[in-house]
Design a protein around this ligand. Sequence first.
Ligand SMILES: [Zn+2]
Length: 150
Amino acid sequence: MGEMVTWTDAEVIAAFPNASVDQDNVAHYRGRLTHKLLVHCCRECGWWHEPPRPVCAKCWSDRVEAREVRGSGRIALLTVLRVGSPASGVDYDAGYPLAAVELVEQAGLRFTAGVVGDPAGVRIGTKVELIWIERDGKPVPAFQQADDEG
Ligand SMILES: [Zn+2]
């Protein structure tokens, strides 16, 4: 393991005043503070689920934990935002793609975030990778087209 993360729940909640941080997703938001994308995974059966819930969707175990994902995947659904709160690298005038990305960890496991960079080549099926941008001075997960996209 790397360095220990020391933020308390209260500190994580205070760090994201515009998010609905609760008991289920506080671990995810704590991960954001160290640029780790954490998704809930079942310790009994290994099933990933997003958004985070206190019980496994597959085997109903409550032994779920937030684990880091690679952040690689392909765009499964795509919406283009024209308005939103300011963030680094985001140009709403050009249209900011919001994508549900199917992560490589599991078929059907999707994490929704913005896609930065030139929106021209962004479409369903585009291979993307995780990057971090800042909004209100706090890390926000986003995706960009993967380098090895042919
Ligand atoms: Zn399970």
